[in-house]
Design a protein around this ligand. Structure first.
Ligand code: GLY
Length: 378
């Protein structure tokens, strides 16, 4: 078992994380990445580790998966930072969800009640209490929910660390190397086809994010139902007077775009994100930037003076029900780890540890049973 050969399609944090864990367990792993490793959704993300702030009462299984993955983060950070010999910017200052108007406060109350029903560790704050935590918040902030255990990590540092840890543990990474076809014979995966020919393997893991549905060779019925969901974002440089420590998210009942502000240790302030069903279109738009800047300025007026460092778009891999697709498929030895949508960075540790266990033991860990492809096949 320890000598299994595994090919991973997709070198984002999910593919790299699984590859790193498998290599450490004795498997021989090769990752094929269509572009540069970790430069798609993994790079575009804001790195929020926010099962509470993003909790939807109708999705308790997702909340459980997120909470379990968040609980794995301290172990993940320690292991990855030790192997990669670098920090990944894990920060535990918590998250403030704020509202600015009466309608927002109503929505916040609704969210707070739902979070309490779920037994989550959240606190209701007045606007004044919220400003005591973050003095840069607007005097218009009327109320807030403080999610003390919704943290953040610097996803770009995590990409760098994972690449380094994966390679130094023995993993092979081919960048700019698209998979033309997954090769299946008699219901069993035998390898993959690239422009260099056929590569035989024992196991194939499909973790190609929003490109996961575009790889030839699979029967139509089992192509993972994953689509791109565009997010526009930007980064500002914090300066004197704006020294934000917590993640800030807005609830804006009357506006199309709620925003989040994520402060990095190097002084960058990430502002995101739109959510658009635009296929593979990655253009920035005036409307998108306007909504983000307006949203950020309303909640932290001081951003008006800050320099803009960068703008970008990312494509979230959203599945048909927006939950990840994890585990076995009807094709023997073909494993899916895709569709992580808005929470790919949060779900990385649990995905990496559990998919590694699955590949090494052939047993599906209980945690990922609700997220198997078969939920779409019934
Ligand atoms: N998790 C944040 C986003 O998808 O924009």
């Amino acid at each position: 078992m320890a000598n299994k050969n595994v090919i991973i399609i997709g070198g984002g944090v999910i593919g790299l994380g699984i590859g790193w864990q498998l290599e450490k367990s004795g498997a021989s792993v090769t990752i094929y990445e269509r572009d540069r490793a970790g430069r798609a959704a993994s790079w575009a993300a804001a790195g929020m580790l926010a099962p509470l702030a993003e909790a939807h009462t109708e999705e308790p299984e997702l909340l459980t998966l997120g909470s379990k993955s968040l609980a794995l983060y301290p172990q993940w950070v320690e292991e990855l930072e030790a192997d990669a010999q670098m920090s990944i910017g894990y920060r535990v200052e918590g998250t403030l969800i704020v509202g600015l108007e009466a309608d927002d406060t109503d929505q916040l109350r609704h969210l707070f009640a739902a979070q309490q029903e779920l037994g989550l560790d959240v606190n209701w704050l007045s606007g004044r209490d919220a400003r005591e935590i973050e003095p840069a918040l607007s005097p218009r902030v009327t109320a807030a929910i403080y999610c003390a255990t919704d943290y953040q990590v610097d996803n770009r540092l995590m990409v760098e660390a994972l690449q380094h840890a994966y390679k130094t543990s023995g993993g092979v990474l081919h960048e700019n190397s698209a998979i033309e076809k997954i090769v299946v014979e008699n219901g069993i995966v035998t390898g993959v086809q690239t422009q260099d020919g056929f590569h035989e393997t024992d196991v194939v893991v499909l973790s190609a994010g929003c490109w996961s549905a575009q790889i030839d060779g699979l029967p139509d019925a089992i192509i993972p139902p994953v689509r791109p969901v565009k997010g526009q974002m930007l980064a500002l440089q914090m300066e004197e007077g704006i020294d934000i420590k917590t993640v800030i998210r807005t609830v804006r009942a009357r506006y199309p775009t709620s925003v989040y502000l994520v402060p990095r240790s190097d002084g960058r302030l990430i502002v995101g994100a739109t959510s658009e069903e635009m296929g593979f279109d990655i253009r920035l738009t005036v409307g998108g930037m306007f909504e983000l800047l307006r949203g950020a300025w309303e909640v932290v007026p001081g951003v008006y003076e800050l320099p803009i460092l960068e703008t970008w778009t990312g494509l979230r891999p959203g599945s048909r029900d927006n939950a990840p697709i994890l585990g076995k498929t009807p094709i023997e030895n073909l494993i899916y780890a895709t569709g992580h949508y808005r929470s790919g960075i949060l779900f990385t540790p649990i995905t990496a540890y559990e998919i590694t266990k699955l590949i090494l033991t052939s047993e599906t860990p209980k945690t990922i049973i609700p997220f198997q492809l078969n939920r779409f096949l019934r």
